[in-house]
Design a protein around this ligand. Structure first.
Ligand SMILES: NC(=O)c1ccc[n+]([C@@H]2O[C@H](COP(=O)([O-])OP(=O)(O)OC[C@H]3O[C@@H](n4cnc5c(N)ncnc54)[C@H](OP(=O)(O)O)[C@@H]3O)[C@@H](O)[C@H]2O)c1
Length: 393
């Protein structure tokens, strides 16, 4: 058993979400190595209260006022600091004793905590891909300047990080990101307009939060991952390919210049990449994570259909445009997904809205953080106008 003071202190942002809950399970299974310093949640105060009781953090932050009031009431005079708001998240990740921050917040709300983590020189285990989509250049520059590491939690990027160990960067021909294809990869284009919310939320292989589940169904998620891979690994978009692989067993691949293809396979379980990021660069024996290849029988790989799933090509386009374009794409998508979930927009209009807003945007090159946030605000307003026009038809 390690001594208490040697344990790494971890903050889990978005601990009530799908990734957050998996992260807590992984941390618990390595409790001789990690101590939970802080947690954050937004609305789910019931689960958050249970997590505080179970994991006993030093600090817990809620970003929604009502849920903060409900949790705070039970902790008056308690030794656990219960705080409110985005600024408190920034303070929590910056405490000198914190070693690792797992950012599992969904959407653009994760951006400022990523900045705060890197600014404080901490290791960032990043699930919140939206951070890199919005501000990949600023974040990766900041990480270099501060000597902090960004460790991917996304299974594809974790896979690529592992595959890259097989060669030198100048020997890489392509990164190949696999996509499950979501529930509609065989659905005809004309039927996509009739897709219901519950159909879109039934992901065939992964159990995830609502936003990423819808993004997986439109292939927007894969496009966001192309942008994420570009910033994490410094590889141009022209060398990043997406391939549909419905079984989600091969999590991604790296093709080298001599024709060698290195693939990373494991069970489709987010605890695997979380464990890899937390223990990096070590591997530790576990009892139940083994793949039985003879049970899988076959692995299928298909080209993505950009005609039916144009969101993927809009992400390549936004990355090529650069500047504030990816941030606008991300914000428009967030509004579109939210509207689809509230049955105000049909499934097939999600990428259409993103395209319209992106094409109306005047790009700002080499944007500052403030300009990125301003582009995000502008895109949300434009997207709402689009939805209003659609509902008046
Ligand atoms: N799920 C996966 O398998 C998976 C895989 C790879 C990458 N990711 C990425 O990981 C991130 C989280 O995904 P998820 O599936 O875990 O999402 P999720 O289940 O919806 O959880 C999101 C978390 O963020 C919190 N949150 C929501 N809005 C917030 C706000 N405005 N400010 C602060 N916190 C907020 C939620 O709190 P409450 O629940 O308390 O409201 C929850 O803890 C996303 O960026 C996603 O793309 C997820």
């Amino acid at each position: 058993m390690r001594k208490n003071r040697e344990k790494k202190k971890v903050v889990v942002l978005g601990s009530t979400g799908s990734i957050g809950r998996s992260a807590l399970q992984v941390l618990k299974s390595f409790e001789d190595r990690f101590e939970i310093f802080g947690l954050s949640a937004h609305k789910n105060f019931e689960l958050f209260k249970k997590q505080i009781r179970e994991y006993n953090p030093k600090m817990a932050v809620l970003t929604q006022a009502e849920s903060y009031e409900k949790v705070k009431r039970g902790y008056i005079n308690n030794r656990i600091k219960i705080e409110f708001g985005a600024e408190s998240i920034n303070q929590m990740v910056s405490f000198p004793e914190v070693d690792i921050v797992i950012n599992a917040i969904v959407g653009s709300a994760g951006l400022l905590p990523s900045f705060a983590t890197l600014r404080a020189g901490k290791t960032l285990a990043l699930a919140n891909k939206e951070s890199l989509v919005m501000a990949g250049e600023l974040l990766t520059d900041l990480a270099k300047k501060k000597g902090s590491e960004i460790l991917p939690v996304d299974s594809e990027h974790s896979a690529i990080k592992q595959c890259l160990l097989a060669g030198e960067k100048n020997e890489v021909k392509r990164l190949i990101l696999t996509a499950s294809g979501g529930p509609f990869y065989l659905t005809k284009k004309k039927d996509l307009s009739r897709v219901t919310v519950s159909e879109a939320l039934s992901h065939p292989t992964w159990e995830m939060g609502k936003k990423i589940t819808i993004d997986s169904a439109t292939l927007m998620n894969k496009g966001l991952e192309v942008i994420e891979a570009h910033w994490l690994f410094g590889i141009p978009a022209s060398q990043i390919k997406v391939i549909i692989h419905p079984q989600s067993v091969v999590h991604s691949m790296v093709e080298f210049v001599d024709g060698t293809l290195i693939a990373q396979m494991s069970k489709p379980d987010m605890k695997m990449p979380l464990q890899y990021a937390l223990l990096y660069p070590e591997r530790i024996e576990t009892n139940d994570n083994f793949l039985n290849l003879t049970r899988i029988k076959n692995l299928i790989f298909l080209e993505p259909d950009l005609g039916r799933f144009p969101a993927l090509k809009f992400c390549y386009f936004a990355l090529e445009l650069g500047g504030t374009a990816p941030s606008v794409l991300n914000a428009a998508n967030e509004v579109a997904v939210e509207s689809f979930l509230h049955r105000k927009l049909s499934f097939d209009k999600i990428p259409m809205l993103v395209r319209k807003v992106l094409s109306a945007h005047k790009i700002k090159n080499n944007p500052s953080l403030e300009e990125i946030l301003e582009a995000d605000r502008w895109a949300r307003e434009e997207s709402k106008k689009f939805i209003q026009r659609e509902s008046n038809r």
